[in-house]
Design a protein around this ligand. Sequence first.
Ligand code: PLP
Length: 240
Amino acid sequence: MKAANRLHSVRRRLDEAARAHGRDPSEVRLVAVSKEKPAEAIREAYAAGQRDFGENYVQEMLRKREALAELADLRFHLIGHLQRNKAKLAITTAVVVHSVDSTRLARELGRRAAETPIVPERAFPIRGKTDHRLVVLVEVNIAAESQKSGCPAGELGDVLDAVDAEPSLQLAGLMTVPPYTDDPRDSLPHFQALAELRERHGGAHRLPELSMGMSHDFEHAIAAGATIVRIGQLIFGPRG
Ligand SMILES: *Cc1c(COP(=O)(O)O)cnc(C)c1O
């Protein structure tokens, strides 16, 4: 099956999952995760209407941006761990960063984003509106796994405040990657825990977006309130 067909079938499943849980399908946005896949795969999905793409590595994202320079309204989301010394480079290209996990990274991104306003054609709408600020999600290490990125739940308040304090950043919500297991139902309590953390830190008014759910578990994420799902293999085929 071609990427365009896979994309349509994923979109159908997202819509069905949303309706099954009494939600409006337009509340669930799809980021197509194109890591390890060639620029041509992105071009094919773009031709089928997809605009949001997720990448884990800064250099790989920059290479693809260059190869696809003529697709002016294509949006790259950085979903992988970001080192502070790559923040400046990352936001020449990414318009959404899903992986802010420390006050120091928030400050560095704020400083750099002030020098790099988002151009309107590439801006990712939050609450139906766009502006020149970099859209930021705070990543939470929801199951407190030892080698995983994301801030501990106990530090979330401080990281959120650090993002809020930067005029060039738009705090949009929370992101998580639960522990991998063979049974996708195991992800559900972790997704629910992220939704509860949101309630404790200002609710949907302050944090409208919940970025959670991947190829194997996105239906459970939608059940728990995901507004952004990040799906790679179901659209682009298996990796490596
Ligand atoms: C790779 C990745 C995804 C997509 O995973 P799939 O299994 O390909 O759907 C989503 N989020 C993050 C943070 C990832 O690293």
